[in-house]
Write a protein that binds this ligand. Structure first.
Ligand SMILES: [Zn+2]
Length: 476
């Protein structure tokens, strides 16, 4: 379905154009012509169309919008809240098994907008949002998320982050170690059944998939150890039939290495392989503790690994064996992860961390990631992970017109040397001036044009005290 709001012609003129096509074609001064929601021409000079908008891009960089392959918008209200906790402890506060109670749909809508505004104004045009909703995944909650993305104008894959196992069965030894009282309290809120959750996905797809050509329903099993095998297979079956990505988390922490051994007698990736779930539709967030054999399994089946370096550092999870993944041909995409474990949603920041932290993994400088490789993981890897290859991540005819324009008269680009280095090491998103998604200008002069961010900040501020009476943290 075409976005009727974008059915116009736009000529972006005279920019420093980075296409990120197969040859990484760069035009020191070039034009990009957009008609409707697609790019129709990229060339040194394109005659202005008789009717249409002209965007002056002189002294500016024109490039594909960034792709955030992994995030959780449900964490957006927890930014700045927690520090110095490993994942398993952090989850007790950020995704508590005995939760704070249902979040009103209006607040879900607002928090989704809040995170998406941060991403969009920092140059991210496609996101893959793996949304948790406690204590139950609901149609209303997911619809609030989807409506926010439609209203803002970003391109979004939305998945319900699902689990059909009770909390105390997801962690080894939890049943023996937790007080009986806590187990009883959790038993009072049993997980939704796999059948109910699959039906929820089907209803969401029926109502929302493909709306305005930008919003898609994709699937998520929170993590293999949090789901029954039958439910995992059910999600994989839907993913195959619908041709949409299936997201999961695996081997983020050392505890998950032990979890695999205790629950399956294998690594968690090996368990997925045994179930026949490794495929080119599956993306695994983190994968830090994958063995060499796990990496080979992912490579063999075309499974994507999404690297979230800022989150991994914040939670002390470890360092992804990136060289091993790249050497064995595993597709890599990049993500922010959620705002509670990051705590920002900025893909420029993620790219810089990716380029930097792997330089400490090996003394062999040839194996250190280059800025260009990092951009490829963001764009090509991101397109692959979101199931949008041939549609996003490249400026070329036939691709969606998801384009960002950055001002070059800025400290990050002065003096101007190697553009990829500037983008990864110097830029942090502040120079993103104009953003188009599907040919429609959604950010102008660094501000969203579809919503008023100040009103959103204000409303969230006034809702927070009722939503989150602060637990007994020591505030510093
Ligand atoms: Zn995650």
């Amino acid at each position: 379905m075409a976005d009727t709001a974008s059915a116009s012609t736009v000529l972006i003129r005279g920019g420093y154009v980075l296409t990120f096509d197969g040859k990484d074609t760069t035009l020191a001064e070039g034009d990009v012509l957009v008609a409707g929601d697609e790019i129709v021409q990229v060339a040194r000079t394109i005659p202005p169309p008789p009717h249409g908008t002209i965007l002056d891009a002189h002294d500016r960089i024109v490039m594909p919008g960034l792709i955030n392959a992994h995030m959780h918008s449900d964490e957006t209200l927890f930014r700045g809240l927690l520090d110095n906790m490993p994942l398993e402890v952090w989850m007790l506060y950020s995704l508590p098994p005995l939760d704070y109670g249902p979040v009103p749909p209006r607040l879900i809508y607002l928090r989704t907008l809040l995170g998406a505004i941060e991403l969009l104004t920092n140059g991210t045009t496609t996101i893959q949002d793996d949304v948790s909703e406690a204590p139950r995944a609901t149609l209303e909650g997911s619809e609030a998320v989807l409506q926010a993305y439609l209203d803002l104008g970003i391109r979004a894959n939305v998945a319900c982050n699902l689990t059909d196992k009770p909390y105390y069965e997801r962690l080894p030894f939890a049943q023996a170690l937790l007080p009986a009282q806590a187990i009883d309290a959790m038993r009072d809120v049993p997980p939704q059944s796999g059948r109910e959750l699959l039906a929820l996905n089907e209803e969401l797809r029926r109502r929302w998939h493909g709306r305005e050509g930008r919003v898609r329903i994709v699937l998520s099993a929170s993590a293999p150890q949090r789901c029954t095998d039958g439910f995992l297979l059910g999600l994989d079956d839907l993913s195959r039939r619908w041709h949409v990505p299936l997201l999961t988390h695996a081997l983020e922490t050392k505890t998950q290495v032990v979890t695999g051994r205790e629950l399956y007698g294998t690594t968690i990736i090996e368990h997925l392989a045994d179930l026949g779930l490794l495929s080119d539709r599956l993306s695994v967030a983190h994968g830090i503790w994958m063995t060499d054999a796990d990496v080979a399994r992912a490579a063999k089946h075309g499974t994507v690994v999404v690297h979230n370096p800022v989150s991994n550092l914040k939670l002390g999870s470890g360092l992804l064996p990136l060289c091993s993944l790249v050497d064995q041909g595993v597709a890599v995409a990049l993500g922010t992860d959620g705002s509670s474990s990051n705590d920002s949603l900025n893909m420029f920041e993620v790219m810089k961390y990716t380029a930097l932290i792997h330089k400490i993994a090996s003394p062999v400088t040839e194996r250190w990631p280059s800025a260009r490789e990092v951009l490829h993981w963001t764009l090509r890897g991101g397109a692959r992970c979101t199931g949008l290859c041939g549609q996003v991540g490249v400026l070329a005819p036939g691709y969606k017109a998801d384009i960002i324009i950055l001002r070059r008269k800025a400290p990050a680009f002065t003096p101007f040397h190697r553009v990829c280095n500037h983008l990864v090491y110097c830029e942090d998103g502040r120079d993103v001036e104009t953003v188009l998604v599907g040919g429609r200008v959604v950010v102008r002069n660094g501000r969203p044009v579809t919503v008023n961010p100040d009103r959103i900040f204000e409303e969230i501020g006034s809702e927070m005290p009722a939503f989150l009476p602060l637990p007994a943290f020591e505030w510093v």
